[in-house]
Write a new protein. Structure first.
Length: 554
């Protein structure tokens, strides 16, 4: 079917809501900073922390890793909390906790941290000023605009009560966890914002892990402490947004009650293209749950039916994280799940059925050398095909492993090209969460990686923008303002791509909210089709490459 012309009202919308072109480092809008981003050293990905002002060190809460909760680690999110057009960085931290931590209390601060992007390639610590230095035992995070006022909120999962920070729009936040009814008091790990009933308000799914018992001491000696199956699981929670700053627990009513689950990473996407966002729960040592959305009226677990409950060998795995993209260009959303062995690349066959292609695609043999935690689909080189960035680290010991990038070869194969992309990929770290986004607005995707009980790593992408790109900042009106759940299709240079606007990505983390597409050598995007969560479909044509466009739902 022929697309509608690029009509005037869309052009006016783009003008009113702003079209941001990338600003060079050191531009007149940059604020002063005592830090200085290092010059380009020629590596594709260059480690530039702590020089750019990010000095965060993750803590497990004490001096020795001696229980399962401490292995979970922390996450990180890229978010534009002050809406200045540049993404900021927030990360979670462990903390000394009674009946969990053992030994002496470590020196120094053990809070979460927020770093503000100064628009010149550096950051400043804004934790205290913003009021987001949560002192709980932090795990994961997810970001979303719960009241559609244009400023994103932060939800933090903890061992113990969780925290919801309301963005005041002036650079500060308030803790509204108890008032909102989403604090809980469990061992929460993954969480995701999504609008399950398409009412324009973001709802919240929280994945809970284990009922930790500090007195239980039976385990295989080389492991050092008991594993997840030694403890009872915990019930996940689904919270419905009531629109007044409060949420209702609808877990039982909506059919997502699984008291035996041991959730790690969780995600949400419309797997079958029916217009309703489904839920993926990656469980530790258990089958995964794939909750099919019954038009906002309830959920049914289709894990076995879809083929994603187990891996390619028909086994339940130590599932860590999940992410979504159309890696083979057929217009269907595929799924990648990282684990401690071969990982799973679930290719969408249509009709709600998936096939694990991790082995035939070339991922499994290389992935099995490491334990995978956060994994995200990103087009690191802007060639128009999404690749995979996989963060690795040992399970129960502080042993480092190298991270990996799998390059997408024509939508059929993936090749581990890590060693060719920079000195960083020869380092061994105990990786956990990671987020990806264009922090300097130069057209390629950078990365921040949380390392367990160690300093994090900021990787600047130096060469991805040698190819062309386009980025969309979607603003919902009838849909939720973040447009979470929107499906975007583009055509450029004869190549069609499909992307889904998602909340949580990878393990305990969240990527840049803007939708980034590499378009190789194409200088124009021939057409764009946006299917908003409301069901509205919007078209645009003939857009120039290498720009960030803010598009409002019409």
């Amino acid at each position: 079917m022929k697309l509608k012309p690029y009509i005037l009202v869309v052009a006016i919308t783009l003008f009113i809501w702003g079209c941001q072109s990338p600003q060079k480092k050191g531009s007149s809008s940059a604020r002063e900073s005592t830090a200085t981003a290092p010059p380009n050293n020629g590596d594709f990905f260059q480690k530039i922390s702590p020089d750019l002002g990010i000095t965060f060190k993750h803590s497990i809460g004490d001096h020795h890793m001696d229980n399962l909760v401490e292995t979970v680690g922390g996450g990180a999110v890229f978010l534009d909390y002050d809406q200045d057009g540049y993404i900021d960085l927030y990360m979670s931290n462990g903390a000394y906790t009674e009946n969990l931590s053992d030994g002496d209390h470590p020196e120094g601060s053990q809070t979460n941290h927020l770093y503000r992007n100064l628009q010149n390639g550096t950051f400043e610590d804004a934790t205290e000023k913003a009021g987001v230095g949560d002192e709980g035992y932090g795990m994961g995070m997810t970001v979303g605009d719960i009241n559609n006022d244009g400023y994103p909120e932060i939800y933090i999962t903890n061992y113990g009560p969780n925290v919801l920070y309301l963005n005041n729009g002036d650079g500060t936040f308030n803790d509204i966890s108890k008032k909102a009814g989403v604090a809980g008091d469990e061992c929460s790990v993954g969480a995701v914002w999504f609008d399950y009933d398409n009412d324009g308000l973001l709802d919240l799914y929280v994945g809970n892990y284990i009922k930790f018992d500090p007195e239980y001491g039976y385990f295989y000696a080389p492991d050092g402490f008991p594993g997840p199956m030694a403890y009872d699981g915990q019930l996940d929670r689904l919270y419905h947004n009531l629109g007044n700053g409060e949420f209702e627990d609808v877990t039982e009513a909506m059919g997502v009650s699984n008291p035996d689950g041991r959730a790690m990473g969780v995600g949400a996407a419309d797997f079958d293209g029916d217009g309703w966002v489904d839920i993926f729960v990656a469980n530790d040592h258990m089958v995964n749950n794939i909750y099919h959305n019954m038009e906002g009226k309830g959920f049914v677990d289709h894990g076995t039916k879809t083929g994603m409950a187990f891996n390619q060998a028909g086994e339940a795995t130590i599932s860590m994280s999940v992410d979504f993209a159309d890696y083979n260009g057929d217009g269907l959303i595929d799924v990648f799940m990282s684990d401690d062995t071969y990982c799973s690349l679930y290719q969408n066959q249509g009709g709600g059925v998936f096939k694990d292609m991790a082995y035939p695609s070339g991922i499994s043999m290389a992935a099995a050398q490491h334990v995978g935690w956060s994994s995200s689909f990103i087009d690191y080189n802007n060639d128009g095909k999404v690749d995979l960035f996989k963060v690795n680290g040992e399970l129960k010991h502080l042993y480092g492993q190298e991270d990996q990038i799998f390059e997408n070869i024509d939508g059929q194969k993936f090749e581990d090209v890590s060693v060719n992309l920079g000195a960083y990929f020869q380092e061994e770290n105990v990786g956990r969460g990671a987020c990806f986004g264009d922090y300097d607005n130069d057209g390629d995707l950078d990365a921040y990686i949380v390392n367990l009980d160690d300093y994090g790593v900021f990787l600047r992408n130096n060469r991805g923008n040698e190819n062309n790109w386009i980025t969309f900042n979607l603003v919902g009106t009838e849909s939720n303002r973040d447009a979470i759940g929107a499906l975007v299709k583009i055509s450029a240079g004869g190549l069609e791509q499909v992307g889904v606007r998602r909340s949580t990505t990878g393990y305990l983390s969240q990527n840049d909210h803007r939708m980034h597409f590499g378009i190789a050598s194409a200088e124009k995007v021939d057409f764009v089709e946006i299917k908003w969560p409301s069901g509205k479909i919007q078209h645009m044509e003939n857009l120039d490459a290498n720009q960030i466009l803010t598009i409002k739902e019409e």
